[in-house]
Design a protein around this ligand. Structure first.
Ligand SMILES: [Zn+2]
Length: 440
């Protein structure tokens, strides 16, 4: 296998450590085989292919730990009346009947294709997707997976099983996940699955226990949405007499195999339980605003020792925008410009996301680690230096500043262009799919 040397202006191999000026990375196959100063890499690999990227910073690629790729179909969808008045009406009057219940395999594939394009443009090489489309099973996940495999992204896909339509439909949702996990485990590659169910207010205790049993039998992780707004807390207090995290803890299902998304309305006791059980959290700052959910206590969760990752939720999928929201909103909420420093947000967007999805060594660049990396243009208006790198890149870079995106050793974007994809064709397909959904 041939070696490629990528020589950057700086290498920021691990976002918890300072960047290294005039360092680069050697990639062979799907792995990083060395990181070192330019001169050392040239001496060690004299016949390697050279990628001179001294106008760029090399960083680990992003991990979007919470996506709904089908969400793009609803961007700008006309509302029947006025905007939904709260989280429950948002789901019951709008999101479920107008979007999720109308999804077909064709719409799912078109949306996944566009979402992959957006992710590559945004520097995301690994993502977790949560598909809820109760009338598109069986087979919906395999349709989505085909698209993700074609793009060469690292996707963890799941179907959000729920009993909101019927018990039978809930069971079919769990089976969709199980069949997909088994297929991916047998097949190998960059696409994998996990078990996903919706929430305490759409799934019974028996259903939730069954989801965890099915996951345990396969060594798979479990994902659920948790306390996205005040609704779920009120529901649990009214029906079970306890808050949602306490409810799950009493079911005995929480542990390091669990990834919970949102965690907006969690109190100090719930944060302590999540930390004690080693549960992973993914944070979606912008979609929390969209549904009027509130401000997630992210600095508090990090302080408690919880691994908090970052996700776009299929809403605003420019990951640098999501990162800016994660960095800036806590400063305003806590009246403290010192909370959520930029490097902490970078860590959430890279290695915390990888850990949340169960990937060892992803999210940092070192020998033996997956070659998932970004080349980010360093041509900022003020000098780029070790002390300001995290802020400069987080606040003032955008997808158009990405010069390279590599996933598992393969360039998906190079010199600013997506490799081997007709972008106009992808766009035409999603526009047509959205028009069809809106007409239904
Ligand atoms: Zn979500």
């Amino acid at each position: 296998m041939s070696v490629t040397l990528i020589l950057g202006q700086m290498l920021w191999a691990d976002t918890t450590q300072p960047p290294l000026p005039d360092w680069g990375a050697a990639v062979e196959g799907d792995r990083v085989v060395a990181t070192a100063p330019h001169a050392d890499l040239r001496a060690r690999f004299p016949t390697a292919t050279l990628v001179e990227a001294t106008d760029c910073v090399i960083t680990p690629a992003f991990v979007n730990a919470h996506h709904h790729t089908y969400g793009v179909l609803a961007h700008g969808i006309p509302l029947e009346e006025e905007a939904p008045a709260g989280f429950w009406p948002f789901l019951e009057e709008f999101w479920w009947p107008r979007v999720e219940d109308r999804l077909t395999h064709e719409l799912i594939a078109a949306a996944a294709d566009w979402a992959c394009l957006e992710m590559v443009r945004s520097g995301i090489t690994t993502f977790y997707d949560c598909l809820e489309a109760p009338y598109a099973i069986p087979g919906a996940l395999e349709v989505e997976a085909e698209v993700v495999r074609r793009w060469g992204l690292r996707g963890v896909l799941s179907f959000e099983a729920t009993e909101r339509v019927s018990a039978e439909n809930g069971e079919a949702g769990l089976r969709e996940n199980v069949a997909f996990i088994d297929t991916c485990q047998a097949r190998g590659g960059l696409v994998s699955g996990l078990i996903c169910f919706h929430t305490t207010f759409t799934c019974s205790a028996d259903f939730i226990r069954r989801a965890f049993t099915l996951a345990a039998e396969r060594g798979a992780k479990v994902h659920l949405h948790l306390s996205e707004g005040t609704y779920e807390t009120e529901y649990c207090l009214a029906h079970f007499g306890v808050r949602p995290v306490v409810y799950y803890d009493r079911l005995g299902v929480l542990g390091p195999h669990v990834l919970v998304s949102q965690c907006v309305q969690v109190d100090a006791d719930e944060i302590a339980i999540l930390a004690r059980r080693g549960v992973h959290v993914s944070h979606q700052p912008l979609s929390n605003c969209e549904v009027g959910g509130g401000f997630a206590p992210v600095p508090e969760m990090l302080e408690a020792g919880i691994n908090v990752a970052l996700g776009s939720d299929g809403y605003v999928n420019n990951f640098l925008e999501v990162m800016r929201a994660a960095a800036l909103m806590p400063k305003a909420r806590l009246l403290d410009p010192g909370v959520m420093p930029a490097d902490a947000v970078w860590t959430m967007a890279t290695q915390n996301g990888a850990r949340a999805l169960g990937f060892n060594n992803l999210g940092t660049l070192a020998p033996g680690h997956p070659a998932d990396l970004l080349l980010i243009a360093a041509d900022l208006p003020t000098p780029l230096a070790s002390h300001n790198l995290a802020d400069q890149l987080l606040l003032w870079r955008n997808p158009q500043h990405l010069r390279g995106v590599m996933c598992a050793g393969r360039w998906l974007l190079r010199t600013g262009e997506i490799v081997g994809v007709d972008e106009e064709e992808v766009q035409a397909r999603i526009c047509e799919a959205a028009a069809r959904l809106w007409q239904k």
